[in-house]
Design a protein around this ligand. Sequence first.
Ligand code: ATP
Ligand code: MG
Length: 287
Amino acid sequence: MTDSSDPDAQLIERLQLENESLRVELEETNQGVLALYAELDSQAEALRQASDLKSRFLSYMSHEFRTPLGSILSIARLLSDELDGPLNEEQHRQIAFIRSAAGELSDMVGDLLDLAKIEAGRISISPAWFDMLDLFSALRGMFRPIVEGDAVDLIFEEPEGIPRLYTDDKKLAQILRNFISNALKFTPAGEVRVSAQMLNAREVRFAVADTGIGIPADLQANLFEDFSQVDSPLQKRLRGTGLGLALCKRFAELLGGYVGVDSVPGKGSVFYVVIPHAIDAGAAHDA
Ligand SMILES: Nc1ncnc2c1ncn2[C@@H]1O[C@H](COP(=O)(O)OP(=O)(O)OP(=O)(O)O)[C@@H](O)[C@H]1O
Ligand SMILES: [Mg+2]
């Protein structure tokens, strides 16, 4: 029993009351936090469902686009090969236009399908041993017709001290192809230089450096997001979907690495990808 005249007892009673109200307050806060957690959980679930739906929509849509696009391309090819009779100059020009537009569409559909597959976890990597030199010469061959007679030189530096790589060469080639075609697209004059070097004992860094228009610092962070494009006079002339770099980032992650960019507006850009020179089979997830 507390004696109200005892100052010690009064103090204890006050402390107990304070304690009790603190406890109640804490309990309420706790419940609030729990409720917030639950809400977050359900939002995360909703987001996951939305992203699933998006992936499925993308893959169905792009898949359905492929067949009609394929027929347009092959009929246009038949026509321009004049298998059904000769064409005049204007007709050739028009067919060439149809072919290039359909080709662009079909590239875009391919990119969308790749992205959807990655998001749905349906893309797996198939690593194999290969030589860097073969990769560079395949890329050189691929771009030769594009850079011939152009104001921009495409240079592949001799890779030195790079061992044979054990990774998915198709995915790596796809990343470099995207970097190179961007670099050529955004470089009115000068050169595009492709190089490879060991970053440390484990990782190799591939870089594509150009002397093009460059990218302002504040826009660099978002470049690797889907559909991200930088406004520029060049951009208005050149079409593209803004999916190339997003794909590069996903592919690099699949290979156990990362991508990045250094760029100075007006001077040029360096896009790079760093990957383990030998992918660890255990870590080589199918995501
Ligand atoms: N080498 C570069 N120099 C300057 N800007 C670049 C360079 N590479 C990329 N960019 C900028 O980043 C944007 C995104 O590139 P990304 O490859 O993702 O898309 P895209 O080339 O526009 O379209 P596509 O889907 O056909 O590749 C480009 O639109 C451009 O604004
Ligand atoms: Mg691109």
